[in-house]
Design a binder for this molecule. Structure first.
Ligand code: SF4
Ligand code: SF4
Length: 416
């Protein structure tokens, strides 16, 4: 009744082969017959922390979906996302930082930051209207590609939550907060992706969506119904779905039916993981308690508060108290070259299993960047980050990427 597939995959070849095979066998009928139809791939590009931190959609999985669509002959494919409003406000281009623009160029497809789209207004709670990107309304098919992660406001972030990225700019995203779960569901009533492909390859537990811990979960869920997939994600992560506000409200309002619940029961899914909950620090927990949150939001949405918070010192205080999860560093990463320290390389092959374009980095080094695209290298640094022997050398300026290394380098090397 609810078409659903759970795939185990960790390496780039497993991800591409298994995902493409499943999509070809079971999901081609969901797509338009017209090969020039406008198709959107909607990943989760929440911050500039790459997929290996558990934060954003894995480039290897996006590549698999792009290859599936291109193999079918579709000519108008766009990777589209309205990235996190804090980065947008700070004029930081996450799409570039995560090398999603390079991936799009590699495959010859379009890229769009939905924060700069024309708005189409939809109904929100309390008689509000919020603007979603016109592209999302006009697309003949959307493939939703969320990341499996915990979320300190909604419990978990999966298919339903990922559509917040269809809202245009910060002003519209802010409107979600007065009734977050209800408004997420309001977006989902209007924008209905044809296929959902959930990145649960490296997920995030703890204080998600940005300050949690990556967990190697090695799975991809594919399906048509976002409620089913979100229920599956919660179950496999060991999270009671009643603690996921989007799912709890969906059940309360009848969007999750008995059919959904009995389908999940019959799947008899094991609790595969036991994700640590997204527990915020004492100050953030105090302010975000249901009794006080609306007062905080009233202040947070004022121009004065936004002005004060955009200063570096206020940003640091917000980060330390846990009221802000992201650090908005303005210095770009500039990788001029990757080279191999042959004496350290043990030929273990790990780097090749992470390359989104299927390169064996060892064979193509040194890689000069830019322009590295001629070699098929996106400059994503997955290979550099996962190498357990530090055999890949980075030449250039780490910039914002230094913060990812500071927070996650050791754990990524451990789990990759
Ligand atoms: S991961 Fe590191 S050690 Fe292993 S093959 Fe690649 S460069 Fe060599
Ligand atoms: S060679 Fe390394 S940096 Fe280049 S695309 Fe592959 S994983 Fe990314």
């Amino acid at each position: 009744m609810f078409k659903t597939h759970i795939i185990e995959a960790q390496t780039v070849s497993e991800i591409k082969n298994k995902v493409k095979e499943t999509l070809v066998k079971h999901y081609v009928d969901e797509l338009p017959t017209d090969k020039s139809a406008k198709l959107i791939i909607k990943p989760n590009l929440n911050s500039n922390m790459n997929a290996l931190t558990g934060n954003t959609t894995d480039l290897r999985l996006i590549a698999a979906v792009v290859e599936f669509l291109k193999d079918l002959g579709y000519s108008h494919i766009t990777i589209a996302e309205g990235t996190n409003s804090g980065f947008y406000r700070n004029k930081i281009n996450i799409i570039e930082r995560l090398k999603v623009d390079k991936l799009a160029a590699y495959y010859g497809i379009y890229i769009k930051d939905l924060n700069y789209s024309e708005e189409v207004f939809i109904d929100f709670e309390n008689n509000q209207k919020a603007g979603v990107a016109k592209e999302c309304i006009e697309a003949e098919a959307i493939i939703n590609m969320p990341k499996l992660k915990t979320h300190f406001e909604t419990g978990m972030s999966l298919c339903l939550k990922n559509l917040i990225g269809c809202l245009v700019g910060q002003a519209n995203k802010k409107k979600t907060h007065s009734a977050l779960a209800y408004n997420i569901l309001n977006i989902n009533k209007v924008i209905k992706p044809k296929i959902h492909v959930v990145d649960a390859i490296i997920s995030m537990e703890g204080l998600g969506p940005t300050r949690g811990t990556p967990v190697k979960t090695g799975m991809v869920f594919i399906g048509k119904d976002p409620y089913i997939l979100d229920l599956i994600g919660a179950r496999l992560a060991g999270v009671d779905y009643h603690n996921v506000t989007t799912l709890a409200i969906a059940e309360k309002t009848g969007l999750i039916s008995n059919e959904h619940l009995s389908f999940i029961d019959k799947m008899n899914l094991p609790v595969t993981f036991s994700f640590k909950p997204p527990k915020a620090g004492p100050i953030a927990s105090f302010i975000h308690s249901p009794k006080r949150q609306r007062y905080f939001l009233a202040i947070r949405n004022t121009a004065f508060f936004n002005k004060v918070c955009s200063t570096e010192s206020a940003g640091k205080i917000l980060y330390l108290t846990g009221l802000r999860q992201d650090i908005f560093l303005h210095n770009e990463m500039n990788c001029e070259r990757l080279s191999l320290k042959k004496q350290l390389c043990k030929q273990c092959g790990k780097c090749a299993t992470y390359c989104p374009t299927g390169l064996n980095p060892v064979d193509v080094m040194p890689i000069d960047m830019p322009p590295a695209i001629h070699k098929g290298c996106l400059g994503c640094l997955y290979c550099y980050t996962v190498c357990p022997y530090e055999a890949i050398e980075f030449h250039g300026t780490a910039g914002f990427f230094g913060e990812q290394l500071r927070q996650y380098n050791n754990i990524i090397k451990e789990i990759a």
